[in-house]
Ligand binder design. Structure first.
Ligand SMILES: *[C@@H]1O[C@H](CO)[C@@H](O)[C@H](O)[C@H]1NC(C)=O
Ligand SMILES: *[C@@H]1O[C@H](CO)[C@@H](O)[C@H](O)[C@H]1NC(C)=O
Ligand SMILES: *[C@@H]1O[C@H](CO)[C@@H](O)[C@H](O)[C@H]1NC(C)=O
Ligand SMILES: *[C@@H]1O[C@H](CO)[C@@H](O)[C@H](O)[C@H]1NC(C)=O
Ligand SMILES: *[C@@H]1O[C@H](CO)[C@@H](O)[C@H](O)[C@H]1NC(C)=O
Ligand SMILES: *[C@@H]1O[C@H](CO)[C@@H](O)[C@H](O)[C@H]1NC(C)=O
Ligand SMILES: *[C@@H]1O[C@H](CO)[C@@H](O)[C@H](O)[C@H]1NC(C)=O
Ligand SMILES: *[C@@H]1O[C@H](CO)[C@@H](O)[C@H](O)[C@H]1NC(C)=O
Ligand SMILES: *[C@@H]1O[C@H](CO)[C@@H](O)[C@H](O)[C@H]1NC(C)=O
Length: 563
């Protein structure tokens, strides 16, 4: 993985531009950093109710930002923003609490009394038998979970327990939210519980198995395929069928004609780093919102070579590999580019009066000047030479006071987040984490003089021991490619690395299957950007977090004299 490369072969002019832009960027990064620290340490009582105008303002203030790839940052709306415009009102934000459990318990007791089945609990004499459909079984599980995971997890709903593999076991499935994630997205867990009886024939949990252990309770995937054939399956894969990121269509001609669109042609941002992509994309989307128009978006991205094992820029990456398109559809008015172009052509072919289009050739035409424009399509073309053709230039200067970047619209892909949940769930959300930045920065002794030695295996053992208790689960988020680099930590901690979980994106995984489907049947590579996304998110879920640039080294994050 590379920093914004500065090979010595480049012409002086370009180097100068880079130097200047790096400087500007440093200011930007510094402010982001400060905010990040605030965001991490600040835990609002209920993140759903918090509003974040200051945040958007903050981001829009950092003008003229240019982007240097920092492959340790992957921030999206659910990390930095605290308001969710689409949080479904029906969803209880507090989940299943002790009060909720007590209420349902009282109800069951009344019902039992009326049916005069008190103490019927069938197998109380036979302590090896449990009736999984008995509502008191679920109550016992709910209480147990609440006690154990209350600090990390909000339990949203449970399904009726089913038989486990032994007569004294039940498998239970539920959905939850992680308190560390400021989105309302739900994840699923299902575990196996072994029961015994306490005083008065009450159920007691003798043992609970780990993450995704309740195989009988996981929801089988719909057995009917589009073809109509049903196939009995031995072990239906766990699949997140709650994800709906299909591309919306406008339907009829008339619907198309009624719409107002803002269309950005591909500009100089294409194939640049992801931070720049996001900064630019959110500028376009922000302008569309400001103009009250539908944003025409290209779902096909070009991933910068620094994130690819091959080192080459790769086109044709689907937006949905990285980001939550379903959430974007709900949070903003968007239409997919090829759908849009097709409808546009169709209309112009079949009608005498063409669709009114206003073409804009320079970013110097401001959003404010377009506010009154009645054309159906406003088409910004970015044909000037770099850096005049960057999308984000539209939002510079005066425009930044009017256009706000809708950070809340961008969340990480749920498919990636399922991997994050899976990794943290396997450690039962009870782990500490260390972020070890190496790579290009460790090599560059001029800008980071101590980083390499401060993150050497011996230094890590010495420093991490001071912050993390012995034999804790320790998740190491890192861009160090050598797997065995962290072996010395293994004599003190239970070390976990992203590569220990390879099967989660391997050929038999759901992730593999689902992304392949998005990609028209071709396998999708788990690339460097996805790695960073998952690595960072798991890191944030750690209980004690050790950062490279606060805790391991006194070098500055952005090079010498930047902090
Ligand atoms: C941003 O760039 C514009 C023109 O390129 C310039 O006028 C403005 O002063 C710059 N703003 C900052 C904060 O550097
Ligand atoms: C229980 O029975 C009483 C009277 O016998 C009745 O008023 C009450 O509604 C019943 N409750 C339930 C939950 O069936
Ligand atoms: C198990 O509990 C359910 C609900 O209370 C009840 O309907 C069922 O008859 C019980 N089964 C056995 C075998 O006791
Ligand atoms: C669950 O187990 C009980 C007793 O072991 C049995 O009576 C019942 O039929 C089983 N239920 C299902 C759905 O297999
Ligand atoms: C068992 O029942 C007795 C009386 O019915 C009650 O005093 C006691 O608190 C109960 N124990 C438990 C653990 O519920
Ligand atoms: C997915 O969402 C679209 C709207 O974006 C909706 O029209 C479609 O019915 C949804 N599909 C499923 C399976 O829920
Ligand atoms: C935005 O456009 C929609 C329909 O195109 C219209 O109903 C709505 O009033 C507009 N809102 C504003 C603030 O202009
Ligand atoms: C992947 O999908 C194919 C068909 O789309 C299915 O036959 C296969 O069982 C799936 N594998 C997994 C692990 O989900
Ligand atoms: C890392 O450094 C920050 C800032 O100095 C401090 O607040 C935090 O507690 C440190 N973390 C650990 C694990 O010591």
């Amino acid at each position: 993985m590379k920093e914004a490369a500065t090979p010595s072969t480049e012409p002086i002019g370009q180097n100068l531009i880079k130097l200047i832009s790096n400087l500007c960027f440093s200011v930007f990064v510094f402010t982001v950093l400060i905010f990040t620290v605030i965001a991490i340490t600040y835990q609002p009582p209920d993140p759903w109710l918090e509003s974040a105008p200051a945040l958007t303002k903050f981001f829009t203030q950092s003008e003229n930002a240019t982007f240097q790839i920092d492959n340790s940052i992957f921030k999206t709306g659910e990390d930095i923003q605290t308001v969710s415009i689409s949080a479904p009102a029906a969803l209880p934000s507090t989940g299943i609490t002790e009060e909720v459990i007590e209420k349902s318990e009282a109800k069951i007791e009344i019902e039992n009394e009326n049916a005069s089945t008190t103490l019927q609990s069938s197998g109380c004499e036979d302590s090896n038998l449990v009736n999984c459909s008995d509502p008191m079984v679920l109550i016992a599980v709910e209480r147990f979970n609440l006690k154990r995971f209350k600090t990390n997890i909000v339990f949203l709903d449970y399904q009726t327990p089913v038989n486990g593999s032994n007569p004294d076991e039940c498998d239970v499935s539920w959905r939850f939210r992680n308190k560390k994630e400021k989105s309302w997205r739900k994840y699923r867990d299902f575990r196996r519980f072994k029961f015994g009886y306490g005083d008065n024939c009450t159920y007691e949990i003798v043992h609970a198995n780990g993450w995704h252990s309740g195989l009988n309770a996981r929801r089988p995937r719909a057995a009917t395929r589009p073809g109509g054939r049903t196939r009995p399956r031995v072990a239906p894969p766990v699949r997140d069928d709650e994800i709906n990121d299909t591309i919306p269509t406008l339907g009829s001609d008339l619907n198309f004609r009624k719409g107002k669109y803002l269309y950005y042609s591909r500009g100089g941002d294409y194939c640049k780093g992801m931070n720049q992509y996001m900064w630019s994309f959110l500028c376009g989307l922000g302008e569309a919102m400001y103009l009250n128009r539908t944003f025409v978006m290209d779902l096909s991205l070009c991933l910068s070579g620094s994130y690819n094992p091959s080192g080459k820029d790769e086109e044709g990456k689907d937006f949905r590999y990285y980001f939550d398109f379903e959430h974007l559809k709900e949070a903003a008015s968007i239409v997919e580019e090829s759908e849009f172009l097709r409808d546009w052509k169709k209309w112009d072919r079949s009608h005498k009066r063409k669709i009114p289009v206003r073409k804009i050739v320079t970013h110097k035409t401001t959003p404010m000047q377009l506010k009154k424009d009645k054309s159906s399509i406003i088409w910004r073309q970015f044909d000037s030479p770099e850096p005049e053709n960057y999308w984000y230039r539209v939002c510079e200067g005066e425009a930044s006071k009017h256009v706000q970047r809708p950070w809340h619209a961008i969340w990480k892909s749920k498919r990636l987040m399922n991997i994050v949940s899976d990794i943290s769930g396997r450690m039962d959300w009870d782990f500490d984490a260390v972020h070890v930045v190496r790579g290009e920065k460790a090599v560059n002794k001029e800008r980071w003089p101590h980083l390499d030695s401060d993150t050497s295996p011996d230094a890590l053992v010495e420093k991490v021991q001071k912050m993390v208790h012995p034999w804790r689960n320790l998740y190491v988020a890192t861009n160090e490619p050598f797997y065995n680099y962290f072996d010395k930590l293994r004599s003190h901690f239970k070390v976990h690395l992203l590569d220990d979980y390879k099967e989660m994106w391997g050929e038999t995984s759901d992730w593999f299957n689902e992304t392949r489907e998005l990609n028209g049947g071709r396998a999708v590579e788990f690339d460097g950007y996805m790695r960073v996304a998952v690595d960072t998110e798991v890191f944030y879920r750690g209980k004690t977090r050790v950062e490279t640039f606060y805790n391991l080294t006194s070098d500055c994050k952005d090079g010498i004299n930047t902090c």
